[in-house]
Design a protein around this ligand. Sequence first.
Ligand SMILES: NC(=O)c1ccc[n+]([C@@H]2O[C@H](COP(=O)([O-])OP(=O)(O)OC[C@H]3O[C@@H](n4cnc5c(N)ncnc54)[C@H](OP(=O)(O)O)[C@@H]3O)[C@@H](O)[C@H]2O)c1
Length: 266
Amino acid sequence: MQASTPHWAHVLITGASSGIGRALALAVAGPGVTLHIGGRDATRLAATAADCAAAGATVRPQAADVRDAAAMAGWIANCGRLDLVIANAGISAGTGGETEPPAQARAIFETNVTGVLNTALPAIAAMAAQEPGPDGLRGRVAVIASIAAFVAVPWSPAYCASKAAVQGWAEALDATERRRGIRLHAVCPGYIRTPMTARNSFPMPLLMEPETAARRTLASIAAGRTRIAYPWPLYAVARLVGALPPGLRAALFTMTPAKGRLPGVG
Ligand SMILES: NC(=O)c1ccc[n+]([C@@H]2O[C@H](COP(=O)([O-])OP(=O)(O)OC[C@H]3O[C@@H](n4cnc5c(N)ncnc54)[C@H](OP(=O)(O)O)[C@@H]3O)[C@@H](O)[C@H]2O)c1
């Protein structure tokens, strides 16, 4: 664990088998930390677990599909104390320049919205029943949204809408849950170098390494920020473009390349 990484003793992260989730797991891993990590790919999840254990953490990997509400509730209820839960698992796809296939839109919402609820709701219920920790909080839930939450890109309708949904949900809920000692954080990263963005054939301004994103995310959670959006120049552009009239925004985006569709869908 890096000296600057904030310390939470009991942490759960979904989608820890790859990318940002794996980087978050490695950043919190250390002696005295119990780390519950989820993902569907058992081999990649085991690799993250081994690396986190080598850093001194007690690791409890769980093959968990975030779309399965009952399985997620059962897993989270059996974890014991949870100081920090990060609902990170997500999928991303664009239209390829055409209309988004209905099956793709449903798949994105099921993972990025329902999957986040399937993680955050049982976590909040478990935290409400536990005593406050040394920081005076019962627990923190961070939702990995995206800077895409702030711009309805015509080439990524379901992805942008799914991220807007969880960003808005986490921020609104933070206002009421903090009254009973539970904080929510909406994490909105720009482009991060992971397998998700490796498929992008277009330029990705201010592309960031997952380790940098993880450190930044954890430091901002520890600082108590409700909205964690970075890098700021990309966030500023997203807010500006997002504020344009929809017709003008759509016309602008016809001049930009589209992300590809989900493989095997539509
Ligand atoms: N990369 C970026 O530029 C960027 C920017 C902003 C926000 N984000 C968000 O950050 C999160 C992580 O993305 P990433 O870039 O790290 O992508 P990634 O490398 O593709 O990792 C995605 C993770 O989500 C897991 N996952 C996907 N569907 C799942 C399901 N149904 N159940 C359980 N786990 C599932 C995957 O696990 P398995 O493969 O084991 O199922 C994997 O561990 C996503 O929510 C993404 O939208 C990414």
